[in-house]
Write a protein that binds this ligand. Structure first.
Ligand SMILES: Nc1ncnc2c1ncn2[C@@H]1O[C@H](COP(=O)(O)OP(=O)(O)OP(=O)(O)O)[C@@H](O)[C@H]1O
Ligand SMILES: [Mg+2]
Length: 355
């Protein structure tokens, strides 16, 4: 089934350097790394094409300097792309007038940045109400809405506090409440939790997931942290030197990384949490009984104890309850612990000197 697309971008480029448009044309829109270096250019976004589906959480990852922030800022034209196309709900964003853009950003886009960007001399309530004030909404209406948002992020009772009286996590909640005040359809978050310590960070992720279940926004979220990405993502996109190397589900990324760079990001991933029985099983053409089977959609973590407790491989059942494969102990052990194969090779290494 085709999923509705909220944002589509085609062959998007952002090149920093003198006269980037001419540079791109001169190199037939395919400059090599050497061309870029020789001319003193940086392709912060390098011929990127992808779609953001309505209602999904799309995570963008990549090393520092790989172009994540530039790409996401291009999507709202906070940074002007050098070339390419961006369709926002089918509307060509690069053709939009400045007024249209301001309207779009004010009404349809919410943004949260790493450094909260709160106004220090305004209270929590006034910070959250600020984008509504910019929209010219009357004080009673904007304060009512702001109170609602403050409650939503769990800060009720602190409406009259100033940012300096709040912890980092609380300040970030204010930033989140503020970005939600305008009821954006698309929510851009650039490393919103990276300044927070691990415990608060986890709390904020839970909070974020709770909000998303409630609000069902379309979200583009940048993070450095693969664990955070796998907790939150529907899909993950990995960037390298401005290019989008791979965009797929977390499960596909850890089972079929496109290259060594992607594999490096995924090496500490909680595999058992992400890999489903469908991926882990050995397919069997209907010769298996369904008895005692596990659903194909179950994650290995959920069924590991069950499979490990059975002498025989367990049937894996498709959506209609029909057996589509079997899952044995070895496959589960491999995913949960890194596998019998690596144990055997360890043993092999240990034994070799005595041979
Ligand atoms: N205004 C600018 N002028 C020139 N180069 C820039 C500009 N902004 C960004 N760059 C370059 O573009 C590249 C991508 O930067 P960007 O900020 O998008 O990276 P990032 O992936 O968000 O990194 P980080 O994880 O550190 O935030 C970097 O090499 C950066 O130096
Ligand atoms: Mg960045």
């Amino acid at each position: 089934m085709e999923r509705p697309v909220k944002i589509a971008c085609h062959n998007l480029w952002k090149i920093f350097g003198p006269k980037p448009t001419e540079f791109l044309a001169r190199h037939d829109r395919a400059p090599s790394a050497a061309d870029l270096t020789a001319g003193g250019y940086i392709a912060a976004v390098h011929d990127v094409s992808f779609e953001v589906f309505t209602g999904e959480i799309l995570i963008i990852m990549g090393l520092s300097g790989s172009g994540k922030s530039t790409l996401v800022r291009c999507l709202s034209r906070l940074i002007e792309p050098t070339e390419g196309q961006i369709l926002f709900e089918g509307q060509d964003l690069l053709q939009a007038s400045e007024t249209d853009l301001i309207e779009l950003r004010r009404h349809k886009m919410g943004m949260v940045f790493q450094h909260f960007g709160l106004l220090p001399h305004r209270t929590v309530l006034d910070n959250v109400a600020f984008p509504l004030e910019v929209q010219g909404i009357s004080r009673p209406r904007r304060e009512e809405r702001a109170r609602e948002m403050v409650r939503l992020v769990g800060l009720d009772g602190r409406e009259e506090y100033y940012p300096r009286e709040l912890s980092g996590g609380q300040q970030q909640r204010v930033g989140i409440a503020r970005s939600l005040a305008v009821e954006p359809e698309v929510w851009f978050l650039d490393e919103p939790f990276s300044a927070l310590d691990p415990l608060i960070r986890r709390e904020m992720q839970d909070e974020f997931l709770r909000l998303q279940r409630l609000l069902k926004k379309t979200i583009v979220f940048i993070t450095h942290d693969f664990a955070e990405a796998t907790r939150l993502a529907d899909r993950i996109g990995i960037m390298k030197d401005g290019a989008l190397i791979q965009l797929c589900s977390p499960e596909e990324m850890i089972t079929r990384p496109a290259d060594a760079y992607v594999a490096e990001f995924t090496k500490d991933a909680p595999r058992a949490k992400l890999i489903s029985a469908r991926t882990a099983m050995t397919p069997a053409g209907g010769l298996v009984s369904a008895e005692g089977g596990v659903p194909a959609s179950a994650k290995v973590e959920e069924i590991a104890a069950y499979v490990l407790g059975r002498a025989e491989p367990v049937p894996v059942l498709g959506d209609a309850g029909e057996p589509i494969g079997v899952l044995g102990r070895d496959a589960v052990v491999e995913i949960v612990f890194g596998g019998p194969r690596s144990l055997e090779s360890e043993k092999g290494r240990g034994e070799r000197p005595t041979l």
